[in-house]
Design a binder for this molecule. Structure first.
Ligand code: GLN
Length: 381
């Protein structure tokens, strides 16, 4: 039998490759972004309790009503903006499902989607699966500044969506008010939709604050705001996220959601509905991760790697051009084999595999793991 692949050039994701390699060589895994410490015991008990209380059948299609209400309140507390919990919020199987639904609900054959590179790896295939045409805007190490005039020049009558991600995975860049105003300016008076991936909203450092698209009135009306509990509550394996969007967008989003997964597992939603009542459960995440980022940077300050401190996400980029001129994928693989430390090479997220000799390190790890890793990194000459 022959089938025509819809994604003929797609190979295994770098996250799978590096995590598998880390396992094979028993390496410290700072590649795929996930914590190596436990999610809250209280939250785990809330899940068991919800199961014991009989919440084991289908949840409502858009998600548990109480959880959607708690999310609406969380957004209002953080950003001062209201979303209707009945009509404008949907619980999803992680942010990844939300990204898929948002794209699938508005993109059709030939529609152009602007994507900033380096970009999280799911954006491009999802756009292509839906017949869309990704249009890339490459940003550069170390500051990854957006040239908004360049972005404006890429907009055509076919542009249907702009995918925006702040704090930005994989670079740790945080876009500021000026960037969001520029983005708002671009979409004002158009039918361009923004997909705003804000899964690292609670991880910003050095006193800098995350600005959400919803704080900008025109952007709020044009955007799918996507967030993740996995990142915020240290349980990426639970795969629960959500999307908030104005009714006109959400009505289309739920059509995809309903026939994609229908609804998300019930007991976990019940647990999050209770857990979110206490804002202390997520308010201090920036301090928690700032300590880890600082521990990591302190540990490598005498190494041959160079860096600009991460402004957000739980990733830190390190440049290694003073160590070797090897290609970043080759160097990353050698680090696993020879030094037992796994990282993510940035070129795989760039246009034309642009290699700026930069690797991504995930510092969502126990202090012990971070210290062990930095000691190894200091030995690499
Ligand atoms: N978001 C995580 C990262 O950037 C991993 C996602 C994945 O493995 N698909 O590392």
């Amino acid at each position: 039998m022959r089938i025509k692949s819809k994604l003929p050039n797609l190979t295994e994701s770098i996250f799978s490759t590096m995590s598998a390699l880390a396992k094979e060589y028993d390496a410290i895994n700072l590649s795929q972004g996930f914590p190596n410490f436990e999610t809250s015991k209280e939250l785990q008990h809330l899940v068991f309790k919800a199961m014991q209380d009989g919440y084991n059948q289908y949840a409502p299609m858009r998600g548990d009503a109480e959880l959607r209400e708690m999310i609406a309140r969380k957004i209002e507390n953080l950003y001062g903006v209201k979303y209707c919990s009945h009509q404008e919020i949907t619980i999803t199987a992680g942010a990844t499902e939300a990204i898929f639904n948002a794209v699938a609900s508005v993109i059709t054959t030939g529609d152009e989607v602007l994507i900033f590179k380096p970009a999280f790896d799911s954006y491009e295939p999802v756009v292509k699966l839906n017949g869309g045409v990704p249009v890339f805007i490459q940003l550069y190490y170390p500051n990854y500044k957006v040239d908004w005039n360049l972005v404006a020049s890429k907009i055509t009558h076919k542009t249907k969506m702009i995918i925006f991600n702040s704090p930005l995975n994989p670079t740790g860049t945080l876009f500021d008010v000026q960037d969001l105003l520029a983005l708002q300016n671009l979409v004002t008076g158009t039918n361009i939709v923004v997909l705003s991936d804000e899964v690292y909203e609670h991880m910003t450092y050095d006193g800098q604050v995350h600005k959400s698209i919803c704080e900008f009135p025109v952007l709020r009306e044009h955007s799918f705001l996507i967030a993740s509990f996995g990142k915020t509550f240290h349980n990426t394996g639970w795969k629960i996220g959500y999307c908030a969007a104005p009714k006109i967008l959400m009505d289309e989003f739920v059509k995809v959601h309903e026939f994609n997964v229908f609804s998300i597992n019930t007991p976990y939603q019940k647990a999050f509905a209770t857990f979110l009542k206490d804002a202390n459960n997520y308010k201090y995440l920036n301090t928690f991760y700032q300590d880890k980022r600082d521990l990591f940077l302190e540990g490598i300050k005498n190494s041959k790697f160079t860096f600009v401190p991460s402004k957000g996400t739980y990733f830190q980029l390190l440049k290694y051009d003073q160590i070797t001129d090897e290609n970043d994928v080759e160097f990353a693989k050698r680090l696993v084999r020879e030094f037992k430390i796994a990282t993510i090479p940035i070129s795989v997220f760039n246009t034309h595999f642009l290699d700026e000799k930069v690797l991504r390190f995930c510092f969502a790890k126990t202090d012990e793991t971070i210290i062990k890793a930095t000691k190894i990194l200091c030995k690499i000459q």
